[in-house]
Design a protein around this ligand. Structure first.
Ligand SMILES: [Zn+2]
Length: 335
């Protein structure tokens, strides 16, 4: 197949002064692969803006550009700039089939061909590490998604945050698809409006670029979790974040503060002013696990087991488009 190339190739970072997600096409009119030579040849690969409204990666690139004015790169760096059209529109993706973080396990579209080309070239270059930079919708501490429990996986993840989630789905997400090539993580850098995300992302990139080899000591002890359930809200349900309304589902206003904090069995998760429970918990295969995690006591939804929620959001739109949150458990605690 003679793929019409849908991405550009660059060998230097353009001037990013004043560039925002919305204006990113003034410097990157299309997705781009930027190959920057450094002292050690095996590249670090990073991806930015795979989701158009997750601008942390652009911030990382700006900091990198400034740093490179006075420092040579200690290691070759490849940068993939992803969904610039969605960035221009200020949205995560323009359509369900152009989610850039679902392109990396084969497929038939020109975007899939782009992903395959980049993956094959990266494999030939013997990459050292891969990092995909993202933001969260709700307030979460920084964490990585890791795809193995080997010393390299743990070392890489620990350079960013003590919080890590082990996940082996979906196969088409970039960091998982890159894992056969090198240690690979998704770095979740908090909310896009929080400038600390760019600083933490840049520090992480610096640490990895300066690393000579992987070792078996983690830089900080990881708190490693596995996602065991996804909490969905039935469509057309009225959701409220205030006490005393007659919405179908009442959640606490400070819900996002629960992210990465364990909620013990027996604690209240939500109120049901109308008595009917619109929450369901499913696993990655779609199996219904609601009875395993939740029980109804009067007008309250109560947790049946110790869980640590993540990606809880008070954005009703995000809840409707995606889900309320994920529930995590320690891998060893899973029964
Ligand atoms: Zn994302």
């Amino acid at each position: 197949m003679s793929a019409i190339s849908v991405f550009d190739r660059l060998t230097a970072l353009p001037d990013l002064n004043g560039v925002t997600g919305r204006t990113i096409r003034s410097v990157f009119p299309r997705p781009a692969l930027i190959q920057l030579d450094g002292r050690r040849p095996e590249p670090v690969f990073i991806a930015v803006m795979q989701h158009g409204d997750e601008t942390v990666g652009l911030d990382v690139l700006k900091r990198l550009k400034a740093w490179m004015e006075s420092h040579p790169l200690p290691r070759t760096l490849w940068v993939f700039v992803g969904n610039v059209e969605a960035a221009e529109a200020g949205v995560r993706r323009l359509s369900a089939d152009t989610d850039f973080n679902r392109l990396w396990a084969g497929g038939t579209t020109p975007l899939h061909a782009m992903a395959e080309t980049i993956k094959a070239e990266l494999a030939a270059a013997r990459p050292f590490a891969a990092i995909d930079f993202h933001n969260n919708t709700g307030a979460n501490p920084h964490y990585t998604l890791v795809h193995g429990l080997g010393p390299e996986d743990r070392h890489l993840a620990s350079l960013f945050s003590p919080n890590a989630i082990l996940t082996l789905t979906p196969p088409a997400m970039m960091s998982l698809a890159m894992r056969p090539l090198c240690p690979s993580v998704t770095a979740e850098c908090g909310q896009a409006r929080d400038a600390q995300g760019g600083e933490a992302g840049f520090d992480f990139l610096m640490a990895v670029l300066h690393l000579d080899h992987w070792h078996s000591e983690e830089d900080r002890a990881l708190r490693l979790y596995e996602i065991t359930g996804r909490v969905e809200v039935a469509p057309d349900v009225e959701i409220s974040f205030e006490a005393g309304t007659d919405a179908d589902l009442e959640l606490p206003a400070n819900l996002e503060k629960w992210n990465f904090f364990e909620r013990p069995a027996g604690s209240v998760f939500a109120r049901l002013p109308n008595g009917r429970c619109p929450l369901s918990v499913i696993d990655e295969t779609g199996r219904d696990l609601t009875d395993r995690f939740l029980t109804i006591e009067g007008d309250r939804v109560v947790l049946k087991r110790d869980v640590t929620p993540v990606m809880l959001t008070t954005s009703v739109r995000a809840i409707r488009d995606d889900c309320l949150c994920y529930l995590m458990e320690k891998p060893e605690a899973r029964s």
